[in-house]
Design a binder for this molecule. Sequence first.
Ligand code: AMP
Ligand code: MG
Length: 487
Amino acid sequence: MRTLETLNLDHSYGRLPPVFYSRVEPTPLADPYLVSFNDEAARLVDLDPAEAKREKFLAVMAGNAPLNGSEPLAMLYSGHQFGAYVPQLGDGRALQIGEVINDRGERWALQLKGSGQTPYSRMADGRAVLRSSIREYLCSEAMHGLGIPTTRALCIVGADEPVYRETVETAAVLLRLAPSHVRFGSFEVFYYRKQHEHLALLAAHVIETFYPELADAPDRYYRFLVEVIERTARLIARWQAVGFSHGVMNTDNMSILGLTLDYGPFGFMERFDHGYICNHSDTGGRYAYGNQPHIGIWNAACLGQALTPLIPVEQCNAALQRYEPAYVEEYSRLMRAKLGLAAAEPGDPQLALDLLDIMAKSGVDYTIFFRALGDFQPGAGYAPLRDRFIEREAFDGWAQRYAARLAREASGDAERRIRMNRVNPKYVLRNYLAQVAIEKATSDKDYSEIDRLLHLLRRPYDEQPEMAAYAAPAPDWAQQIHVSCSS
Ligand code: AMP
Ligand code: MG
């Protein structure tokens, strides 16, 4: 375990030429306080959790003191936002302060989010509010608990400095971690600027550092594109399987490593609905739950386009062809597991689709239903499941097919239930749960609920009976929570 002073820092991104980033110091934040600290994330960078008690820790995480050996930089990128190309974005309020190489040889880039303006801030303030920082902190750790690739979060510091959004809120800085924060848009910017030599440099950096097994292949750029496309397809399949909507799948929010990145107006769907839109500002539903798989390939095509100076067009097209099979294979695998099916039969995808269809018609809670499905016993009554449906006969018809399907593989009810509970989470970060934690934090500076959720969501597949209330669907008061892009 290391101290702040002895972290094993590296700066692989900072060794790229300056065109890729801007060196910027964080803007100090007056009188910061620690809102939450995640000891599990500390272990990723070999940081002794006791370090969180130091004044120096608070100062570093607030951007008030440098981390020894840090070289803060804001990364340049562009991207397609809601379908339209925006020539320059970049880290407008984030700074990468360094990369830790931990004792296991893993690389973790440390990024302060909300640490003040950068050359890419455009007209905005460079700050993040406590509300959205809590949401990102909790959701990224919840996704990790679910087994879904994601950026991680080490801590949140807050301050009383006002930040103006729809209302006046207060400032916070989130320390987030990822092997790399490079996005699809990090490549697009150099394609559209016609700076193809920079494209090649960035691709070489990403391949050498994160896809070393491809580095010596003569067709490494093509294989890299295939790998990113397949990772993206599998990531989105996983989102679909847990009912997660990202909310802003712009290409600047798409990770080159296939991680869930940039948590804004995300949502875990409660009642099953293909058209579920978590982002109140997404009036057209471009990023609706059911559209995510299509947007994934749309975004992959943007990346493919950006790489055409490095990869022949036919190969780019061939790489894009890999998206759909990768998605279908992963999604089918996950849905089979959610249904407790050990072997694959050709009719399984239809069985899953038909279930989703009747769930949608009855507005059945996605997480609760699948968790409860583990208790299904062919031949026995299944009232607790059936009663969730308005059209009970529709469920009866489906349940008969399901029972017949289960009979064909003769799995034991108890054994199947254990398998299903490992893939059907009991707990997800429902919006109202985050909202309760946010309200306690913003009105009373009471951060206990954040820590409670952090611990709960680390083990979403465990029963945790004392926490059962957290598995409930949103209460009436929470039906009207609107989550927008503002953060
Ligand atoms: P997002 O919608 O959060 O993914 O952000 C899109 C772009 O806007 C990125 O370049 C962000 O860095 C930038 N941005 C968002 N909010 C702010 C802010 N408050 N200050 C500066 N830049 C911001
Ligand atoms: Mg973003």
